[in-house]
Structures are given as C-alpha cells and as structure tokens.
Ligand binder design. Structure first.
Ligand SMILES: [Zn+2]
Length: 335
C-alpha cells in the first residue's frame, strides 16, 4: 500500500545492526504516534519484534517495512513494559499474523489489564476536549497564551489537531492485547540461527520491565530503562529497583544498546549517567527521610540540580522521581 510505505519512510529510519538484526528508529515529529524504537530480529525461519508503537497506523507501517526486509512471518512480539507507546500496536500484529505469540513479564500483562486499561479510558475521555481546544485556537487565530497565531504556531497546532484526531479514532478501535506468554525472571528463545534472551531485573521503570539481549550480536534493547535526551519518566517507577536493573544491564557488557527513546548507544556514559542519577536520588532521599522530612519537604529539598541541565521535562520529572523514591523507601509503594 503506497500510503503506508510513505508513512513508514517518514516515521522510521531502519538501521542494520548485525546479521538479521535491524532497529526502527523513530524520527522526530512522526506522521502518526510513533515514539518508541522497535527492534526487528530475524532468525532462520521467523521474525521477532520488540515493542509495537502507540498508533495502529505506525504498527501497520512497520510491518510493511519488515516485509521489505524479509518474507518470513512475525512469530513473536516482545513488549518491554506496559506503557501505551510500546504496546498499543499489538493488535495489528495479531490481525496480520494470527499465530503470533506476545511475550512479556507477568507484571506487564497484569498492569496492561489494570493500570493500562485505566489510562486508555483517561485518554479516551480527555482527547476530545484537547482536540476541540485546538480547533478553537485555529478558528479564533488566538493561541494558547492569548497570542495571535503566526505561521509556525498555526502549523504546529494544525499538526497536533490532526494527530490527536487520528489517534482518537484509532483508540476507539483499540483492544488491549497483553502478553500471552509470561515469565518471572528470564526467558530464552533458542531460535534456529538466533538466541534471544528476555531478562527481568526486577521492578524499575515499571513493575515488569524486560530487556532483550542478543548475546551473539552484543546487542541489548533496554526499553525505557535508559533514555536519551530527556529526563526519565518515573510516574510508575520503582527507583531503587531501577538502580539495580542498571547494574544488570551493565553486567551484560553489550557493545550496542538500544533505548526506546533516543538513538543507537555505543558509549557507556549514558548508563553511567543514569546510574549516578539514581544513586544520588536514593542517597538524597534517604538522608531526607533520616532527618524526618515529610514528602513535601523532601520534594522541595531534592532537586538533582547536577543532573537536569538541558533535559526537557526535568522539573516536574524530578519531583515525581523524588516522590516515588520516598514512597519506595518508606515502603508505601505497592511491591
Ligand atoms: Zn515507559
């Protein structure tokens, strides 16, 4: 389908990493909601895809893109965790490959069906209002801060209006499709010609994150456990566990790391940066707790100022991180 191919060309950049291994790097400002990179792993008989995009259109586009690489069917989809930008496209794979097996941590399945379902309902509720608001800005020529729209802002609001409208239509068709093959610690797919390890290092960015390790190719896809270019999202996180998970990733000693958000990483400094950030967060929050500070006082005091320069979203992000660490250390987070 020509339109899908055009979408694919604009949404992803497909990069070969090793024999039979490609990454689909999402481009900035994609034409549909595609925010997380996908890994495409080919063995002698089938294809395994890691993460499936937020929009169904993007999932369709990636499947079309895979078809240009190989005629083998997608037999396995691995979800790194339950967030929508990693799993909403699952149903497209089920429709296109009825035999496909969805693999994820036990907690990912559970959270998709609970927190994931709740978040989907929230999105369905809030999107119409945000679309209507953009329509009003465009109709009145007055932008969100009361300023007259210039050409650039008008175009950005038009794009946002179109993306949100398309996305809302898709969400109305969405059936959450959770992993059907779940595990607790580690699962190894011994495929002909390719070994794929799926490893859970404990609760971290969410309760059930997994990394996908290709030992023969020295590649690891880490989901949202490492993030390039933005402050990590802690809204559902277990920060002390996250620190331990980073130790696990480091011990794999992979030379190529694929975070879901950002580019291909071959420099160990990204892992070191996240590790230092999490260690400082834990240390500073522990000190605050020992001093008897309340949660609100701790959020005022711990700013991680040495880590947040130039990282978008960090001010609110740090407050969330501190809150989650505080609750985790005072054992108020659900394990
Ligand atoms: Zn996430």
């Amino acid at each position: 389908m020509l339109s899908a191919v055009l979408v694919a060309a604009a949404a992803f950049e497909i990069v070969a990493l090793a024999e039979g291994v490609h990454v689909a790097l999402v481009r900035p400002d994609p034409p549909s909601y595609a925010f997380a990179n996908a890994l495409i792993i080919e063995d002698d008989e089938t294809v395994t895809v890691v993460d499936t995009h937020q929009s169904l259109e993007a999932a369709e586009a990636l499947i079309d893109e895979i078809a240009t690489l190989t005629s083998k069917p997608v037999a396995f989809v691995i979800n790194t965790h339950w967030h929508g930008d990693h799993v909403y496209g699952n149903q497209v794979y089920r429709d296109r490959f009825p035999e496909v097996i969805f693999i994820g941590h036990r907690a990912t399945r559970a959270e998709m069906l609970s927190a994931g379902a709740a978040r989907l309902s929230e999105e369905l509720e809030s999107l119409p209002g945000s679309i209507e608001q953009r329509a009003q800005w465009l109709a009145s020529g007055i932008g969100p801060s009361g300023e007259p729209l210039d050409v650039d802002l008008q175009q950005r609001i038009e794009t946002s209006h179109r993306l949100r409208s398309d996305y809302l239509e898709e969400l109305r068709e969405l059936t959450l499709t959770p992993p059907t093959l779940t595990f607790d610690k580690e699962l190894t797919l011994k495929r002909p010609g390719k070994t794929i390890r799926v490893i859970h290092f404990g609760p971290a960015h969410t309760r059930g994150d997994v990394v996908v390790h290709l030992p023969d190719d020295d590649i690891v896809a880490v989901g949202d456990l490492l993030e390039e270019g933005a402050f990590p999202y802690f809204g559902d996180a277990y920060p002390a566990g996250w620190e331990k998970a980073l130790n696990g990733i480091g011990a794999l000693r992979a030379t190529t790391t694929i975070p879901s958000h950002g580019g291909i990483v071959r420099d160990p400094r990204l892992l070191q940066f996240h590790f230092r950030l999490l260690r400082s967060l834990r240390h500073e929050v522990e000190v605050a707790i020992l001093k008897g500070l309340t949660l609100d006082q701790t959020k005022e005091q711990v700013t991680l100022s040495g880590f947040v320069a130039d990282l978008p979203g960090s001010e609110e992000g740090v407050r969330t991180a501190v809150e989650r660490m505080y609750l985790e250390q005072t054992e108020e987070l659900e394990p």
